[in-house]
Write a protein that binds this ligand. Sequence first.
Ligand code: AMP
Length: 314
Amino acid sequence: MSLLVVGSVAFDAVETPFGSREKMLGGSATHFSLSASFFTDVRVVGVVGEDFGGEEMRVFEERGINTDDLERVAGETFFWRGRYDFDLNTAHTLDTRLNVFADFRPKLSEVSQRSRMVFLGNIQPELQRGVRREVRGAELVALDTMNYWITSVPEQVEAAIREVDVVIINDAEARQLSKEPNLIKAARRILSWGPRALVIKRGEYGAAMFTDGAYFAIPAYPLESVFDPTGAGDTFAGGFMGYLASSGTVDEAAMRRAIIFGSVMASFNVEEFGTERVQRLTHREINERFSAFKRMTHFEEIPFERPAAAATEK
Ligand code: AMP
């Protein structure tokens, strides 16, 4: 099933306690589409400037990502500079230069308008709603957002959420959005706006999914070396949506597997800077880590009865 993503395509400068990069390929749509391309055909809608060269385009081409709707306009590509301290769960934004992204109006070709699965990456919520309206026939539309929009235009974020099927955000965003410190209550409130599922990314603590009748949560893959968490959220979303698109079903069982694939992809992403690790990932590695998740979370159910002897001790 075809998968469409709209979001940022960027150059990132990132500093972590383990090293830095001055200019690397980044952006929500980039991380999402690279990850999803391991599962299904992906089309990316976005904008880049004149400084976005053949080397960057090759990264998309090599993964077979369709870039027909990736506009190139005069000016510089969106630029983000961030820093992570030892708490790698929190990104500190040092600089955001919107550049060509400032006037970005997503333009969907006819093929893109017919997409069955859509991911509205982190952009202005009114633009997300515009894209939502253009893909009327889509079977599943998911949305991501960030604190910047929740702070500045919360009512627009809520309106966008009311029009989608799945929301994929982190725990801090869920609390801020619902004005509710308890994550379970926060999830209930967001679900009451209409989406059928809420997926909460919890960084090194894993991910959780809330639906009307169910709750599912898994830990993160235990990694000893995490170099750069940039893009982990979008890489997660790419694995989640990519798997759902490839499976063709979006029932509870498929969504649970999708959470695992999302976590698998995110765990690879953070092992190196930017897109470096995901670019040379193999299907074999993905499947091995999927199995590791199964082993890690499996346990046998045994009804417990207190042994008679223990009951009489003391
Ligand atoms: P995440 O998956 O949440 O770590 O997203 C990381 C990506 O988001 C980086 O590669 C940045 O280029 C991109 N990014 C940062 N700030 C913004 C913004 N305001 N709008 C869109 N994309 C952004």
